[in-house]
Design a binder for this molecule. Structure first.
Ligand code: 13P
Length: 280
């Protein structure tokens, strides 16, 4: 089975009883089997997203070939997505190396420039049947090491969202409605009414960023109000580091290094499976 784009993956998720597709950030290659194990545990299709930092660290070719080979081995419908990228050349490189979905993040730019750049990526991506996500509004927290100060958080407005999708025919639109990237400590402050209004006005798949720390109740609300894609990143990282800290600090240097990762892999598998079930 070849990698699927988001528009091909979403109906499979819906047929299998999921209201949204969880899109899970992969932080290192050693974690990868856990993502497929969780998909097999829950019968969910799999969306793996890669930050530009991780893509550079691991190399796009290694990522595409390993994810492609596990997709075939396990027969799991899988989409490989490039998360937040504001560099047009890097997005084109990801598409050229076989990513099936990409995000152009021009949310820091004036609206007209964000739309213009999104259209450049759309034109390129369409040739390869790659889906495109864009972002409007400023989501708080830290993404790939870059922090957005609380004072810079800007909720997406209905008027801007409507104009955006009229002028750039994206497949998915990430909107800022009160979640933050990364943080476990800051409370999310979901703007329920705003989301409901955007959902009514915009006939596109919406994307929730900052899925870590969102309550089950809020998660149920957002997936019933247009959030077809829900990003989860920090939770897997936290579990991985926590378990590795334990095993590395209690292990011996001549123990097989593989053993240090086994509890972390199990914990990541459980976190992802639990989130997938939440979307059912
Ligand atoms: P969290 O790290 O808060 O789960 O957010 C992930 C994300 O939105 C990646 O784009």
């Amino acid at each position: 089975m070849k990698l699927l784009n988001f528009k091909q993956l979403l109906p499979i998720a819906q047929q299998r009883g999921f209201h949204a597709v969880g899109s899970f950030n992969l932080h290192c290659l050693e974690m990868l089997p856990a993502y497929f194990e969780a998909a097999l545990d829950t019968n969910a299709p799999l969306m793996i997203q890669i930050s530009t930092g991780t893509a550079e660290y691991l190399g796009r070719e290694l990522l595409v070939s390993s994810i492609q080979s596990l997709t075939e081995k396990h027969d799991v419908p899988t989409c490989l997505h490039l998360d937040h990228c504001s560099n047009l050349d890097d997005i084109k490189k990801a598409i050229d190396s076989g990513f099936s979905s990409v995000m152009y993040d021009g949310s820091h730019l004036p609206l007209a420039e964000n739309i213009a750049n999104t259209n450049i990526i759309l034109e390129y991506a369409r040739q390869f049947d790659v889906t495109v996500e864009a972002e409007l509004g400023a989501i708080g927290g830290a993404e790939d090491g870059k922090a957005v100060a609380d004072s810079d958080i800007a909720f997406t407005t209905v008027a801007e969202a409507t104009q955006f999708v009229r002028e750039a025919d994206v497949d998915m639109l990430a909107v800022s409605i009160g979640t933050v990237h990364g943080s476990y400590t800051a409370k999310t402050n979901i703007q329920h009414e705003l989301l409901a209004e955007i959902h009514q006005a915009v006939d596109k798949s919406l994307v929730l960023h900052g899925g870590t720390g969102v309550s089950d109740e809020d998660m149920h609300f957002v997936i019933r109000h247009g959030m077809d894609k829900v990003n989860v990143g920090t939770e897997m990282n936290v579990q991985w580091v926590k378990h590795c800290q334990d095993t590395f600090s209690s292990g011996k240097v001549d123990d097989s290094v593989r053993k240090f990762f086994i509890p972390a892999r199990k914990a990541v598998r459980e976190v992802i499976a639990e989130k997938m079930r939440l979307f059912q």
